[in-house]
Ligand binder design. Structure first.
Ligand code: F6P
Length: 339
């Protein structure tokens, strides 16, 4: 009987448990394989913190947010000595293939490990939807729905008070959540890291809109846009900037340039918590079952991906080649409705 190890690393994301369930059930039902769950991401692999996962353990986790395996931003190359620091746990548990569910940082680590000899299959995970090689990542659809609901609510209160409201959403380097959320919520402007903004232009379109009789505006701001003044961010354990709050810098400038009271709502981790949408449950289940198939077939160094309506295997290196940004035609659609 072969053994599959599975871990979730980096920020959590709605649908992680659905992926884990998909892997475990598929491994047992179709491949006569055993699954070992690794606790708290790479940390558990370095420390030997694992538990056996059978179908009964995952029978009620499909709709649960978070991850039953826990997660961390510890990394074997940053906090250990690379492959050597995980080799013992792999050997002791007879793990044949490691399925790594993670975002860009985690997948890059998985690629490095696979180049150093580990047998790895990746599952792309992030609400940010910015992994290369896949059309969508699970969790994104849920996050966009949360943002859309928030914009709908903020729009009515903005209108009641004649205000401009800035809604800050996640998106470290790419503005997928902001762009989709802005289109779905009918925002008056969307600021994303990929497209440099000009506050004179943004405020001109708000003023024009208000001159034409609309006395409120909702602007979506991705957390990763360039701040008006440079700020020193705290770092997380992986070394990433801890973002959040750029809209608080933008609001006084927009208020001064427009003359309209401008308020801020930062959605933060609300976008990552809670139950996955139906779309994400299906996508996560398909990705999990496919990852178990690839592990059983020995297709290592690969990543599962959504291409069109299909779930396929792509080289892990392709998933790590770049961080995928919003394409101009999509941003153009959002822009059509600015002002
Ligand atoms: O990578 C996904 C993400 O949601 C980013 O958009 C955000 O900047 C980051 O995680 C926040 O992660 P954490 O709460 O772990 O610092």
């Amino acid at each position: 009987m072969s053994v599959i190890g599975v871990l979730t690393a980096g920020g959590d994301c709605p649908g992680l448990n659905a992926v884990i369930r998909g892997i475990v059930v598929r491994a047992h039902e179709n491949h006569d394989a055993e699954v070992v769950g690794i606790m708290n991401g790479w940390e558990g692999l370095m420390d030997g913190d694992v538990k056996l996962l059978g179908p009964r353990d995952v029978s009620d986790i499909l709709a649960k947010g978070g991850t039953v395996l826990g997660t961390s931003r510890k990394d074997p190359y940053v906090h250990g000595d690379g492959y050597a620091s995980i080799a013992k746990t792999i050997k002791r548990n007879d793990i044949d293939t490691l399925i790594v569910i993670g975002g860009d940082g985690t997948l890059r680590t998985a690629l490095r490990l696979s180049e150093d000899g580990a047998k790895v299959v990746g599952v792309p995970k992030t609400i940010d939807n910015d992994i290369n090689g896949t059309d969508f990542t699970f969790g994104f659809n849920t996050a966009v729905q949360i943002v859309t609901d928030a914009i709908d609510r903020l729009t009515t209160t903005a209108e009641a008070h004649n205000r401009v409201i800035l809604v800050e959403v996640m998106g470290r380097t790419k503005g997928w959540i902001a762009t989709y959320g802005g289109i779905a919520g009918g925002a008056q402007a969307v600021l994303i890291p990929e497209v440099p903004y000009d506050l004179d232009e943004v405020t001109a379109l708000i003023r024009r809109r208000h001159r034409r009789g609309k006395n409120y505006s909702v602007v979506v701001v991705a957390e990763g846009v360039e701040p008006p003044q440079k700020v020193e961010h705290q770092k997380d354990i992986f070394g990433f900037d801890r973002l959040g709050g750029v809209a608080y810098q933008l609001a006084p400038v927009i208020e001064r340039l427009t003359g309209y009271e401008t308020r801020v709502t930062v959605l933060g981790h609300l976008q990552r918590g809670g139950t996955p949408s139906a779309f994400d449950r299906v996508l996560a289940t398909r990705l999990g079952t496919k990852a178990a198939d690839l592990a059983a077939e020995g297709q290592h160094g690969t990543m599962v991906a959504m291409r069109g309506a299909d779930i396929v295997a792509v080289p892990l290196a392709e998933g790590c080649a770049e961080i995928r940004g919003v394409d101009q035609p999509l941003y153009d659609v959002a822009q059509t409705f600015f002002g």
